[in-house]
Design a protein around this ligand. Sequence first.
Ligand SMILES: [Zn+2]
Length: 346
Amino acid sequence: MQFKDIVGQQDVANRLTEIIDSGRVSHAQLILGRTAEGSMQLALAYLQYLCCEHRVHHAEGGLRADSCGTCPQCKKIGSLMHPDLHFVFPNPPNGSPSVSSDDYMAQYLDFLKEYKGLGTLEEFNASLAGEVKTSIIRESDAANIVRTLGLKSYEGGWKMLVVWLPERMNASAANELLKTLEEPSEHTLILLVSEDAEHLLPTIRSRVQTVRLPVSDERPGMEMADQFGPMMVGWLRQLFKLKMKELAEQVETLAKMDRPQLKLFLRYTLGVMRECFLHSAAGKEVVIGSGDAKFDAMFPGMVTANNIETINDALSDALFAVDRNANAKIALMELSFRMSKALKKR
Ligand SMILES: [Zn+2]
């Protein structure tokens, strides 16, 4: 994962690369923010930047730096195959008293890849076989942490541990982690990726360096469907017809939104496209809500592995342009052409 692939978190990305460039890497870092808004993506990009052999620095403006994405370290972290990269996450009971994250590691790594780091705990639980009600991080996970971090690093570099949703630790796991934070072993980095710091022990919070994602006014999700759904569907229909006059009118209407609204609209659309892709790839249920049953049934199948990346890039670029005060009409027109082309390549 490179920072350039993360949507709408440039300020946090820049803060993270500054921390590394200035040599102030804390042995315990807390990234606080919703997973669906990029907290886990930022954690992965942070570790990749930390290990990258050829970090890239950009001129003023925009993203200040990023990992190269091609060196062996980048490849290993990017594919989640780095031998010194470890994960702990909430896991459901499986009947064994010693159940831990390790029992679900293969599923978790697949889940991270499939959702590109944006998947929520509900989505992870849904991806596991059987009905999952309670997932926690428990003593056996803490014991694994202590053991893993006590070993020598395989590659001679950083030993990295990502704890996803540490607020889900039970008391004994939290106390064990606290001991590890108090006596860090050398060249060890513990990254806590949390959505709810209120439920972390204050003693843990006080021992970590915290980077917080901006709190978005509204969560781009189904609750925004009423507001943006009809507009999005009207626009999507034009992308298939591609009649210039009608498309221009549609773009004109969209461009009348103020910038914060337009950004929310684009993020909402991005969310829907992602759901459509998961529908095509994994049969996930998706609600388009156009009021036209035929369109609702047809559209999700238009977003597939062949075009999701192009669609994602086009929407991310538009979001970036709008964020940078570019001419909204031009950004939306450009987006329309790219989307229209991509949707034909399903
Ligand atoms: Zn690299």
